[in-house]
Design a binder for this molecule. Sequence first.
Ligand code: BES
Ligand code: ZN
Ligand code: ZN
Length: 500
Amino acid sequence: MLKLYTKNPAEYNGDLLVYCIGQPTKGLPVCPHDMVKSMLTRAVASKDFLAKEGQTMLVYPEPVRGAKKTVGRVLLVGLGQEISRETYRKAGGIIAQAAIKVKAAKILMVLPEAKDLSVDDLAECLAEGVILGAYQFRKYKSQEKDPDDEPVMLKEIAVSAETDQAAARRGLKRGQIAAQAVCQARDMANEPANFWNPTHFAEFGRKLASLYGLKVRVLGMVEMKRLKMGGLLGVNQGSAQPPTMTILEYRCGRKAPVLLLVGKGLTFDSGGISLKPGSGMHEMKFDMCGGAAVLAVMQAVAEERPKGLDVIAIVPATENMPGPAALKPGDIITQYGGKTVEVENTDAEGRLILADALAYGVSLYKPAAVVDLATLTGAVIVGLGHHRTGLMSNNDSLAEQMLASGEKCAEPLWRLPLGSDYSKQLKSTIADLKNLGSRSAGAITAAAFLQEFVGETPWAHLDIAGTAWDFTEKSYVPKGPSGVGVRTLLELIRTFKTPA
Ligand code: BES
Ligand code: ZN
Ligand code: ZN
């Protein structure tokens, strides 16, 4: 999709030519393209375009007499004065949306001079922004009656770099791998629950494995019974769809630490017998966004093939439905590993399926660290809104790595505490644990429940209930599922250090 363009941008004859323009602290913004120079001067004079962040200007340059046919449209995108990695992602998103609006399928972006950032960073972030900003999910839309109304997809994105071509190529590749994985996660989440069921997670895992040579294992009901995974089996009891546990292994080929990723793959959460209210229940098809992120990141891992790290992904998947055999409040189940749990509320189901996956993964793979992603609690939305993912961890070094990775990707996290005061709330009078704390601190007591199943292994839990969809909207993050977590996990993998 993305490629480096090595000719002179002035000779480009695709649909749209794009320049990103910084706002100088002194003097006027400039564009190197001769045909738009005078127009830019007039736009600046009239203060219509000052190259502030987010400003755009579309021009239709006068063709030069006798010259070869060149591009018909030029887009100028303002970057503002303080330029960061995020500036380029946002600019990329704006470019994608502008291109879609004018139905430009072939575009060329000219990389600006790298002043505040490296060429690597600039190319990476622009690539991420443009691919993510161009994301659309149209699978279920019929064709428009008038072909002119039919939206155009961005087909070819070329990038021209004046200076360090090798760095630009590296950055573009990194950005493209990350963004395509995010789009994959968004696609899975956008699918309705009557299509994307637990079996689909397994199929996707198998497809990735055969495409990239990863190892895949899918546990079905028979294996789950043999392994005594009472959490996943219990939650599944009320559903007509069989559960799956999809396990993907990337091995770097030498002796290396294992990073274990676990994602909640609840393909529809009705609440079960503790039924959710009707309004908004349709959004609970997104309760599989943690699982989607974890499998999507394996696609990126398989493409990048990190050297000193093995990465294993586990996605426990089921629906949570109130069928005749469903779990009832008060039922007691036995999780993988033998701990018993009194189910006080069948809507607190995520922790039950994650507990099996975490305990199984930790005992089988002996990971150096485990990270789980889950749309786990409404409480995290009360606390942090739709702007930050909740982070809870039993290990400071891992928590720091998570915070730094999130920050770098503009997927910010906020750490919440754990501790015995919270864990105590999960004591049951008749079983080892119950699946519900008191009314307050719901995001933390949910994490405290998971903590019981990872032992001493360094572990980080990301509660993405507020960010998996309805995440802070910006040019490259649409309404609907955001694919949050994919880029943060990929950054963690790219920079991972075994936690002390
Ligand atoms: N999937 C939900 C959490 C959720 C709520 C995600 C809203 C996104 C938006 C989870 O399974 C759930 O129902 N949690 C309950 C827990 C409660 C019963 C302790 C909740 O948050 O209300
Ligand atoms: Zn629930
Ligand atoms: Zn749920």
